[in-house]
Design a protein around this ligand. Sequence first.
Ligand code: CTP
Length: 397
Amino acid sequence: MLKNKNIILGVCGSIAAYKAALLLRLLIKAEANVQVIMTRDAVNFITPLTLSTLSKRPVLTDYFDTKTGEWNNHVELGLWADLILVAPASANSLAKFASGICDNLLSAVYLSARCPVYFAPAMDLDMWAHPATQTNIERLKSYGNHLIQPGSGELASGLIGEGRLAEPYEILEAILNTQSNQQQFKGKKVLVTAGPTHEAIDPVRFIGNHSSGKMGIAIARVFHTLGADVTLISGPTSEHAPEGVNLIKITSAQELLNACLDNFPHADITIMSAAVADYRPKVVAEEKIKKNTDSMTIELEKTTDILKTLGSKKKEKQILVGFALETHNEIENAKDKLEKKNLDFIVLNSLQDEGAGFAGNQNKITIINRAGEHFQFKLKSKLEVAQDIAQHTLTLL
Ligand code: CTP
Protein backbone atom coordinates (compact mmCIF):
# COMPACT_ATOMS: atom_id res chain seq x y z
CA MET A 1 0.00 0.00 0.00
CA LEU A 2 2.92 2.36 0.61
CA LYS A 3 4.85 1.30 -2.51
CA ASN A 4 6.18 4.38 -4.36
CA LYS A 5 4.38 6.69 -1.92
CA ASN A 6 6.29 9.85 -1.00
CA ILE A 7 6.51 9.96 2.77
CA ILE A 8 7.99 12.68 4.94
CA LEU A 9 9.21 11.26 8.23
CA GLY A 10 9.45 14.08 10.76
CA VAL A 11 11.72 13.35 13.71
CA CYS A 12 11.55 15.60 16.79
CA GLY A 13 13.76 15.99 19.85
CA SER A 14 12.90 13.06 22.10
CA ILE A 15 14.86 10.12 23.45
CA ALA A 16 12.44 7.98 21.41
CA ALA A 17 14.09 9.35 18.26
CA TYR A 18 16.24 6.21 18.16
CA LYS A 19 13.09 4.28 17.20
CA ALA A 20 12.84 6.44 14.06
CA ALA A 21 15.62 4.29 12.53
CA LEU A 22 13.55 1.12 12.94
CA LEU A 23 10.45 2.86 11.66
CA LEU A 24 12.37 4.15 8.65
CA ARG A 25 13.55 0.59 7.89
CA LEU A 26 9.91 -0.59 7.85
CA LEU A 27 8.88 2.22 5.49
CA ILE A 28 11.79 1.53 3.14
CA LYS A 29 10.97 -2.20 3.19
CA ALA A 30 7.41 -1.23 2.20
CA GLU A 31 9.06 0.44 -0.85
CA ALA A 32 8.08 3.99 0.09
CA ASN A 33 10.23 7.00 -0.87
CA VAL A 34 11.09 8.54 2.46
CA GLN A 35 12.42 12.05 3.06
CA VAL A 36 13.50 12.55 6.66
CA ILE A 37 13.18 16.01 8.21
CA MET A 38 14.65 16.41 11.68
CA THR A 39 14.20 19.28 14.11
CA ARG A 40 17.40 20.83 15.45
CA ASP A 41 16.98 19.07 18.81
CA ALA A 42 16.38 15.69 17.18
CA VAL A 43 19.96 15.56 15.86
CA ASN A 44 21.17 15.39 19.48
CA PHE A 45 19.34 12.09 19.91
CA ILE A 46 20.14 10.25 16.65
CA THR A 47 22.60 11.20 13.94
CA PRO A 48 21.35 12.42 10.56
CA LEU A 49 23.97 10.06 9.08
CA THR A 50 22.04 7.02 10.37
CA LEU A 51 18.76 8.23 8.90
CA SER A 52 20.22 9.45 5.60
CA THR A 53 21.99 6.10 5.11
CA LEU A 54 18.76 4.18 5.74
CA SER A 55 16.60 6.47 3.61
CA LYS A 56 19.26 6.89 0.87
CA ARG A 57 18.56 10.63 0.86
CA PRO A 58 20.18 13.54 2.67
CA VAL A 59 18.34 14.38 5.88
CA LEU A 60 16.95 17.92 6.02
CA THR A 61 16.94 20.04 9.16
CA ASP A 62 17.00 23.69 8.10
CA TYR A 63 15.48 26.01 5.55
CA PHE A 64 18.99 26.67 4.30
CA ASP A 65 21.65 24.09 3.56
CA THR A 66 24.76 25.85 4.85
CA LYS A 67 27.05 23.49 2.89
CA THR A 68 25.49 23.95 -0.55
CA GLY A 69 23.91 27.35 0.10
CA GLU A 70 20.64 25.95 -1.25
CA TRP A 71 17.17 26.61 0.10
CA ASN A 72 15.01 23.65 1.15
CA ASN A 73 11.67 24.67 -0.27
CA HIS A 74 9.02 23.81 2.32
CA VAL A 75 6.13 24.38 -0.12
CA GLU A 76 7.57 21.95 -2.68
CA LEU A 77 8.29 19.40 0.06
CA GLY A 78 4.75 19.73 1.43
CA LEU A 79 3.22 19.18 -1.99
CA TRP A 80 5.61 16.32 -2.81
CA ALA A 81 4.41 14.33 0.21
CA ASP A 82 1.62 11.75 -0.10
CA LEU A 83 1.79 11.29 3.65
CA ILE A 84 3.53 12.96 6.60
CA LEU A 85 4.43 10.92 9.64
CA VAL A 86 5.89 12.69 12.66
CA ALA A 87 7.44 10.12 15.00
CA PRO A 88 8.41 10.86 17.64
CA ALA A 89 6.30 14.01 17.88
CA SER A 90 7.42 16.10 20.86
CA ALA A 91 5.08 18.30 22.94
CA ASN A 92 6.83 21.37 21.51
CA SER A 93 6.36 20.35 17.86
CA LEU A 94 2.72 19.36 18.46
CA ALA A 95 2.10 22.82 19.95
CA LYS A 96 3.70 24.41 16.87
CA PHE A 97 1.63 22.35 14.43
CA ALA A 98 -1.57 23.04 16.39
CA SER A 99 -1.07 26.79 16.36
CA GLY A 100 0.56 27.18 12.94
CA ILE A 101 3.97 28.33 14.14
CA CYS A 102 6.51 27.58 11.41
CA ASP A 103 9.88 28.54 12.80
CA ASN A 104 11.56 25.36 11.57
CA LEU A 105 11.53 23.36 8.35
CA LEU A 106 9.36 20.53 9.68
CA SER A 107 6.54 22.77 10.93
CA ALA A 108 6.66 24.87 7.72
CA VAL A 109 6.34 21.68 5.64
CA TYR A 110 3.47 20.53 7.88
CA LEU A 111 1.64 23.79 7.21
CA SER A 112 2.26 23.62 3.44
CA ALA A 113 1.14 20.01 2.99
CA ARG A 114 -2.25 18.83 1.71
CA CYS A 115 -1.76 15.12 2.40
CA PRO A 116 -2.84 13.00 5.40
CA VAL A 117 -0.74 13.65 8.50
CA TYR A 118 -0.04 11.12 11.25
CA PHE A 119 1.68 12.00 14.48
CA ALA A 120 3.00 9.58 17.07
CA PRO A 121 3.69 11.51 20.29
CA ALA A 122 6.42 10.66 22.75
CA MET A 123 6.98 12.54 25.98
CA ASP A 124 6.97 12.22 29.73
CA LEU A 125 3.64 11.32 31.34
CA ASP A 126 2.99 14.73 32.93
CA MET A 127 3.77 16.54 29.69
CA TRP A 128 1.39 14.18 27.88
CA ALA A 129 -1.37 14.59 30.48
CA HIS A 130 -1.06 18.40 30.62
CA PRO A 131 -4.22 20.18 29.38
CA ALA A 132 -2.06 22.26 27.01
CA THR A 133 -0.85 19.10 25.21
CA GLN A 134 -4.30 17.50 25.25
CA THR A 135 -5.85 20.67 23.80
CA ASN A 136 -3.22 20.66 21.04
CA ILE A 137 -3.96 16.99 20.30
CA GLU A 138 -7.70 17.70 20.04
CA ARG A 139 -6.99 20.64 17.78
CA LEU A 140 -4.79 18.57 15.48
CA LYS A 141 -7.47 15.87 15.32
CA SER A 142 -10.03 18.53 14.43
CA TYR A 143 -7.79 19.44 11.44
CA GLY A 144 -8.21 15.82 10.29
CA ASN A 145 -4.71 14.71 11.42
CA HIS A 146 -4.38 11.18 12.78
CA LEU A 147 -3.13 10.49 16.30
CA ILE A 148 -1.16 7.29 16.88
CA GLN A 149 -1.78 6.84 20.59
CA PRO A 150 1.35 6.60 22.78
CA GLY A 151 1.73 3.49 24.88
CA SER A 152 1.96 3.09 28.63
CA GLY A 153 4.97 1.78 30.52
CA GLU A 154 8.32 2.78 31.94
CA LEU A 155 9.46 6.08 30.46
CA ALA A 156 13.01 7.33 29.95
CA SER A 157 12.61 9.50 33.09
CA GLY A 158 11.99 6.38 35.18
CA LEU A 159 8.37 7.39 35.73
CA ILE A 160 5.69 4.91 34.77
CA GLY A 161 2.68 5.97 32.71
CA GLU A 162 1.42 7.06 29.32
CA GLY A 163 3.68 8.84 26.86
CA ARG A 164 5.86 6.11 25.34
CA LEU A 165 6.20 6.23 21.55
CA ALA A 166 4.11 3.50 19.93
CA GLU A 167 6.31 0.67 18.62
CA PRO A 168 7.42 1.09 14.98
CA TYR A 169 5.33 -1.90 13.77
CA GLU A 170 2.28 -0.44 15.61
CA ILE A 171 2.81 2.90 13.87
CA LEU A 172 3.01 1.21 10.48
CA GLU A 173 -0.06 -0.91 11.28
CA ALA A 174 -2.06 2.19 12.31
CA ILE A 175 -1.18 3.90 9.01
CA LEU A 176 -2.02 0.84 6.92
CA ASN A 177 -5.32 0.37 8.76
CA THR A 178 -6.52 3.92 8.20
CA GLN A 179 -5.26 3.95 4.61
CA SER A 180 -7.28 0.82 3.76
CA ASN A 181 -10.31 2.06 5.71
CA GLN A 182 -10.02 5.33 3.94
CA GLN A 183 -11.55 4.18 0.71
CA GLN A 184 -14.71 2.71 2.24
CA PHE A 185 -16.96 4.95 0.13
CA LYS A 186 -15.05 4.66 -3.15
CA GLY A 187 -17.44 4.68 -6.09
CA LYS A 188 -20.28 6.19 -4.01
CA LYS A 189 -21.88 9.53 -4.84
CA VAL A 190 -22.63 11.51 -1.70
CA LEU A 191 -24.77 14.64 -1.58
CA VAL A 192 -24.38 16.87 1.50
CA THR A 193 -26.20 20.10 2.29
CA ALA A 194 -24.77 22.63 4.74
CA GLY A 195 -25.32 26.04 6.28
CA PRO A 196 -28.27 28.36 6.60
CA THR A 197 -30.60 29.73 3.97
CA HIS A 198 -31.32 33.45 3.61
CA GLU A 199 -34.85 34.48 2.65
CA ALA A 200 -34.99 37.95 1.14
CA ILE A 201 -37.29 40.61 2.63
CA ASP A 202 -36.05 43.35 0.30
CA PRO A 203 -32.79 43.91 -1.63
CA VAL A 204 -30.81 44.50 1.59
CA ARG A 205 -32.51 42.39 4.28
CA PHE A 206 -33.19 38.74 4.84
CA ILE A 207 -34.48 36.20 7.37
CA GLY A 208 -31.74 33.75 8.32
CA ASN A 209 -30.52 31.56 11.15
CA HIS A 210 -27.33 30.95 13.15
CA SER A 211 -26.12 27.86 11.25
CA SER A 212 -22.36 28.13 10.64
CA GLY A 213 -22.25 25.34 8.03
CA LYS A 214 -19.40 23.68 10.00
CA MET A 215 -21.24 20.38 10.57
CA GLY A 216 -22.17 19.86 6.90
CA ILE A 217 -18.71 20.89 5.72
CA ALA A 218 -17.12 18.41 8.16
CA ILE A 219 -19.42 15.68 6.78
CA ALA A 220 -18.42 16.54 3.20
CA ARG A 221 -14.74 16.49 4.21
CA VAL A 222 -14.99 13.08 5.90
CA PHE A 223 -16.86 11.39 3.03
CA HIS A 224 -14.36 12.87 0.56
CA THR A 225 -11.45 11.52 2.61
CA LEU A 226 -13.16 8.13 2.64
CA GLY A 227 -13.12 8.03 -1.14
CA ALA A 228 -16.65 9.25 -2.01
CA ASP A 229 -17.49 11.53 -4.90
CA VAL A 230 -18.99 14.40 -2.87
CA THR A 231 -21.31 17.21 -3.95
CA LEU A 232 -21.74 19.88 -1.28
CA ILE A 233 -24.65 22.29 -1.57
CA SER A 234 -23.89 25.12 0.79
CA GLY A 235 -25.84 28.11 2.01
CA PRO A 236 -24.09 31.39 2.87
CA THR A 237 -21.19 30.62 5.25
CA SER A 238 -17.72 31.97 5.94
CA GLU A 239 -16.37 28.40 6.16
CA HIS A 240 -14.26 27.06 3.30
CA ALA A 241 -15.45 24.00 1.41
CA PRO A 242 -12.93 21.13 1.41
CA GLU A 243 -10.65 20.75 -1.62
CA GLY A 244 -11.84 18.13 -4.07
CA VAL A 245 -15.61 18.33 -3.46
CA ASN A 246 -18.04 19.62 -6.04
CA LEU A 247 -19.38 22.85 -4.47
CA ILE A 248 -22.76 24.35 -5.34
CA LYS A 249 -23.54 27.64 -3.60
CA ILE A 250 -27.13 28.61 -2.88
CA THR A 251 -28.82 31.37 -0.91
CA SER A 252 -32.53 30.61 -0.45
CA ALA A 253 -34.58 27.51 0.42
CA GLN A 254 -35.98 27.56 -3.12
CA GLU A 255 -32.47 27.48 -4.64
CA LEU A 256 -31.53 24.67 -2.26
CA LEU A 257 -34.62 22.73 -3.31
CA ASN A 258 -33.73 23.13 -7.01
CA ALA A 259 -30.11 22.07 -6.46
CA CYS A 260 -31.25 19.05 -4.39
CA LEU A 261 -33.78 17.96 -7.02
CA ASP A 262 -31.04 18.16 -9.69
CA ASN A 263 -28.52 16.12 -7.72
CA PHE A 264 -30.58 13.72 -5.61
CA PRO A 265 -31.43 11.22 -8.41
CA HIS A 266 -27.69 10.43 -8.91
CA ALA A 267 -26.80 10.28 -5.19
CA ASP A 268 -26.27 6.99 -3.36
CA ILE A 269 -26.22 8.78 -0.02
CA THR A 270 -27.78 12.15 0.85
CA ILE A 271 -27.15 13.92 4.13
CA MET A 272 -29.31 16.92 4.74
CA SER A 273 -27.58 18.96 7.43
CA ALA A 274 -28.59 22.41 6.11
CA ALA A 275 -30.71 24.56 8.42
CA VAL A 276 -33.45 25.38 5.94
CA ALA A 277 -35.86 28.26 6.59
CA ASP A 278 -39.36 26.94 7.23
CA TYR A 279 -40.97 30.24 6.19
CA ARG A 280 -40.06 33.03 3.77
CA PRO A 281 -41.60 36.46 3.09
CA LYS A 282 -44.61 36.02 0.83
CA VAL A 283 -43.68 39.14 -1.11
CA VAL A 284 -40.10 40.34 -1.59
CA ALA A 285 -40.02 44.14 -1.84
CA GLU A 286 -38.24 45.26 -4.99
CA GLU A 287 -36.85 48.34 -3.30
CA LYS A 288 -35.43 48.87 0.18
CA ILE A 289 -38.30 49.19 2.67
CA LYS A 290 -38.27 52.66 4.30
CA LYS A 291 -39.03 53.10 8.00
CA ASN A 292 -42.11 55.23 7.46
CA THR A 293 -44.36 53.46 9.96
CA ASP A 294 -44.03 52.70 13.70
CA SER A 295 -44.52 49.01 13.20
CA MET A 296 -44.56 46.63 10.31
CA THR A 297 -45.75 43.14 9.58
CA ILE A 298 -44.19 40.74 7.13
CA GLU A 299 -46.44 37.99 5.91
CA LEU A 300 -44.60 34.68 5.64
CA GLU A 301 -45.38 31.60 3.62
CA LYS A 302 -44.13 28.06 4.14
CA THR A 303 -41.11 26.86 2.17
CA THR A 304 -41.09 23.36 0.70
CA ASP A 305 -39.86 20.68 3.09
CA ILE A 306 -36.93 19.58 0.94
CA LEU A 307 -36.08 16.48 2.94
CA LYS A 308 -39.68 15.27 2.86
CA THR A 309 -39.77 15.86 -0.91
CA LEU A 310 -36.58 13.83 -1.37
CA GLY A 311 -37.96 11.13 0.95
CA SER A 312 -41.02 10.75 -1.29
CA LYS A 313 -38.75 10.27 -4.33
CA LYS A 314 -36.24 7.95 -2.65
CA LYS A 315 -35.39 4.72 -4.48
CA GLU A 316 -34.79 1.49 -2.60
CA LYS A 317 -30.98 1.60 -2.66
CA GLN A 318 -30.64 5.29 -1.81
CA ILE A 319 -29.73 6.29 1.74
CA LEU A 320 -31.33 9.45 3.07
CA VAL A 321 -30.24 11.05 6.34
CA GLY A 322 -31.78 14.06 8.07
CA PHE A 323 -31.00 16.19 11.09
CA ALA A 324 -33.40 17.24 13.83
CA LEU A 325 -32.75 20.21 16.06
CA GLU A 326 -35.01 19.95 19.07
CA THR A 327 -35.51 21.73 22.38
CA HIS A 328 -38.03 19.36 24.03
CA ASN A 329 -39.53 15.86 23.51
CA GLU A 330 -36.41 15.32 21.49
CA ILE A 331 -36.56 11.57 20.78
CA GLU A 332 -40.30 11.60 20.01
CA ASN A 333 -40.01 14.56 17.64
CA ALA A 334 -36.95 13.12 15.90
CA LYS A 335 -38.66 9.72 15.43
CA ASP A 336 -41.66 11.50 14.02
CA LYS A 337 -39.48 13.33 11.46
CA LEU A 338 -37.70 10.06 10.57
CA GLU A 339 -41.05 8.46 9.73
CA LYS A 340 -42.69 11.42 8.01
CA LYS A 341 -39.66 12.19 5.84
CA ASN A 342 -38.92 8.52 5.00
CA LEU A 343 -35.33 8.62 6.30
CA ASP A 344 -32.85 5.82 6.91
CA PHE A 345 -31.63 7.52 10.05
CA ILE A 346 -31.84 10.87 11.76
CA VAL A 347 -29.17 12.80 13.63
CA LEU A 348 -30.64 14.47 16.68
CA ASN A 349 -29.18 17.61 18.24
CA SER A 350 -30.81 18.60 21.48
CA LEU A 351 -30.38 22.20 22.53
CA GLN A 352 -30.66 20.89 26.11
CA ASP A 353 -27.20 19.34 25.62
CA GLU A 354 -24.49 21.88 26.28
CA GLY A 355 -22.23 22.30 23.24
CA ALA A 356 -24.70 20.78 20.76
CA GLY A 357 -26.07 22.52 17.70
CA PHE A 358 -25.14 25.39 15.45
CA ALA A 359 -22.34 27.37 17.01
CA GLY A 360 -18.83 26.23 17.85
CA ASN A 361 -16.62 23.43 16.69
CA GLN A 362 -18.20 20.69 18.75
CA ASN A 363 -21.45 18.80 18.66
CA LYS A 364 -23.28 16.14 20.65
CA ILE A 365 -25.59 13.87 18.72
CA THR A 366 -27.91 10.90 19.03
CA ILE A 367 -28.47 8.74 15.94
CA ILE A 368 -31.90 7.12 15.67
CA ASN A 369 -32.46 4.44 13.04
CA ARG A 370 -35.60 2.97 11.46
CA ALA A 371 -35.61 0.14 13.99
CA GLY A 372 -36.00 2.80 16.68
CA GLU A 373 -32.53 2.15 18.13
CA HIS A 374 -30.72 5.11 19.69
CA PHE A 375 -26.97 5.63 19.56
CA GLN A 376 -25.83 8.37 21.90
CA PHE A 377 -22.44 9.97 21.36
CA LYS A 378 -20.48 12.20 23.71
CA LEU A 379 -19.52 15.81 23.01
CA LYS A 380 -16.94 15.67 20.20
CA SER A 381 -15.38 17.87 17.53
CA LYS A 382 -17.63 18.27 14.48
CA LEU A 383 -15.07 16.34 12.44
CA GLU A 384 -15.31 13.38 14.81
CA VAL A 385 -19.12 13.63 14.77
CA ALA A 386 -18.94 13.52 10.96
CA GLN A 387 -16.78 10.38 11.23
CA ASP A 388 -19.43 8.76 13.48
CA ILE A 389 -22.13 9.63 10.93
CA ALA A 390 -20.00 8.14 8.13
CA GLN A 391 -19.40 4.97 10.14
CA HIS A 392 -23.12 4.61 10.85
CA THR A 393 -23.87 5.10 7.15
CA LEU A 394 -21.42 2.32 6.38
CA THR A 395 -23.48 -0.14 8.41
CA LEU A 396 -26.37 0.45 5.97
CA LEU A 397 -24.36 -0.20 2.80
N1 CTP B 1 -35.56 20.48 6.26
C1 CTP B 1 -35.79 20.57 4.91
N2 CTP B 1 -36.61 21.53 4.39
C2 CTP B 1 -37.21 22.40 5.21
C3 CTP B 1 -37.00 22.34 6.60
C4 CTP B 1 -36.17 21.36 7.11
O1 CTP B 1 -35.23 19.76 4.16
N3 CTP B 1 -37.97 23.34 4.68
C5 CTP B 1 -34.71 19.39 6.78
C6 CTP B 1 -33.48 19.87 7.55
O2 CTP B 1 -32.36 20.01 6.70
C7 CTP B 1 -33.26 18.72 8.53
C8 CTP B 1 -34.65 18.18 8.78
O3 CTP B 1 -35.45 18.65 7.70
O4 CTP B 1 -32.46 17.69 7.98
C9 CTP B 1 -35.29 18.59 10.07
O5 CTP B 1 -35.23 19.98 10.24
P1 CTP B 1 -35.80 20.67 11.55
O6 CTP B 1 -35.63 22.15 11.41
O7 CTP B 1 -35.27 19.99 12.79
O8 CTP B 1 -37.33 20.26 11.49
P2 CTP B 1 -38.53 20.73 10.61
O9 CTP B 1 -38.89 19.60 9.70
O10 CTP B 1 -38.26 22.04 9.98
O11 CTP B 1 -39.68 20.83 11.72
P3 CTP B 1 -39.82 21.86 12.96
O12 CTP B 1 -39.07 23.11 12.55
O13 CTP B 1 -41.29 22.04 13.06
O14 CTP B 1 -39.21 21.17 14.14
